[in-house]
Design a protein around this ligand. Structure first.
Ligand code: KDG
Ligand code: MG
Length: 403
């Protein structure tokens, strides 16, 4: 099974996706996701110009060797663009191998460790009342775990809160990044009232998650964790900027609230101290951004030694290909924790035909050979790429803050 072609597609069915399709000399195809939200064309060029030519003629079964060849062979290793490109190749080769074996991918990863993959849904609202209605909608859909994000009075649009009735989508189809205002003190005053209202309405059973999106200093995060402990959060996510692993050591000294992080990490080295020093409870990297199934499996196996569980990043900017890959890994891993589930835009279903299914707060990747995703090239061509940058945050005096 030799690689005969590697084609890259950048389509925009509701939002932008970068898809790699690897074709073998015996006519099989494998898919990989290389979507890097807001920087899609960088990965597409990396794949087209620097990776695709190297793949032609290689043994499609040699997944490990291809991974090492693309990682060590460039010298300029790591980084989101490189690792998303490697991830797409790795995922496409796993898809091909599983199709050649006639099995769903999770079987090649060791088989199912559970019957289904527990997921958390997103709830949000500009006001607490709107948020409570949104949580009620997720609970009615069967979710027993819900991420809550609420507007902060006076700030206008904030991370995680939709500005209309549709699902939240931070990337905007415009030339320059939208600007959001941020005020940490207003947020810290507001968020305990959000948790109190959710617990008051939904009781103690619901698993309630919250994403801080890298906005606090270590001491602010420590205080937030201590303040929210009485509401028993399932986790607080990305409480501090991701570059500083030691920040979470300080947070840990002040609170027992579970900590999740990793969605912007690319390799196991980004977790080096976080895992070894047991500073987190959930590792949140995605197949798409952390070097593919091969590399993410290693991260989670390492995390397992320290009782840290998986919680794969699953926003709508991970394409259905990357999402399906996550579900196969989730089903097979022993130290699976939970899977984020943010449904894709409706138009994405025209381009990606998926075998995975959601029911009653859980997902299953399905039994189709490989990943269980078909890519419809003509449908993709009907949704050409449209630039859509992510927002930036500014404080009241204009200073740029972490978004
Ligand atoms: O592209 C940015 C999104 O992937 C990110 O904002 C989503 O934080 C996120 C989450 O937890 O889903
Ligand atoms: Mg997040």
């Amino acid at each position: 099974m030799k690689i005969a072609a590697a084609d890259v597609f950048v389509s925009s069915p509701g939002r932008n996706y970068v898809t790699l399709r690897v074709t073998t000399d015996d006519g099989r195809t494998g898919l990989g996701d290389a979507t890097l939200n807001g920087r899609e064309l960088a990965v597409a060029a990396y794949l087209r110009e620097h990776v695709a030519p190297l793949l032609i003629g290689r043994d499609a079964h040699a997944i490990e060797d291809t991974w090492q060849y693309l990682y060590r062979g460039v010298y300029w290793r790591r980084g989101p663009v490189t690792m998303a490109a490697i991830a797409a190749v790795d995922t496409a080769l796993w898809d091909l191998k599983a199709k050649a074996a006639g099995m769903p991918l999770y079987q090649l990863l060791g088989g199912a460790s559970r019957t289904h993959v527990r997921a958390y849904g997103h709830a949000n609202g500009g006001t607490i009342e709107e948020l409570l209605e949104s949580v009620a909608a997720r609970v009615a859909e069967g979710f027993g775990a819900v991420r809550v994000q609420a507007g902060v009075a006076g700030l206008g649009p904030v991370y995680g809160v939709a500005d209309g009735d549709g699902p939240y989508e931070p990337a905007r189809r415009q030339a320059t990044p939208p600007v959001e205002r941020w005020d940490t003190r207003a947020y810290l005053r507001h968020i305990p009232t959000v948790f109190a209202a959710v617990r008051d309405r939904f009781g103690p059973e619901l698993d309630v998650l919250h994403d801080v999106h890298h906005r606090l200093t270590p001491m602010q995060a420590a205080r937030l964790g201590a303040t929210l402990e009485e509401f028993d959060p399932y986790w607080l996510e990305d409480v501090t900027p991701a570059e500083n692993q030691e920040a979470l050591a300080l947070v840990r000294r002040h609170t027992t609230v579970p900590i999740a992080t990793g969605e912007v990490f690319n390799t196991v080295l980004d977790y080096q101290y976080l895992i070894r020093d047991q500073l987190i409870d959930f590792a949140r990297s995605s197949v798409t951004h952390a070097g593919g199934i091969t590399a993410l499996r290693r991260i989670f196996d390492h995390a397992a030694l320290y009782q840290i569980r998986s919680a794969v990043h699953g926003p709508s900017d991970i394409s259905p290909v990357g999402f399906a890959a996550a579900l196969h890994l989730d089903l097979a891993l022993h130290n699976f924790g939970i899977q984020e589930y943010m449904p894709h835009p409706a138009e994405a279903a025209e381009v990606f035909h998926v075998a995975y299914r959601y029911a009653d707060g859980a997902l299953h990747p399905g039994e189709a050979p490989g990943l269980g995703v078909e890519f419809d090239e003509p449908a993709a061509a009907r949704h050409p790429y449209r630039p859509a940058p992510l927002p930036v945050c500014r404080l009241a005096d204009g200073t740029v803050h972490d978004w």
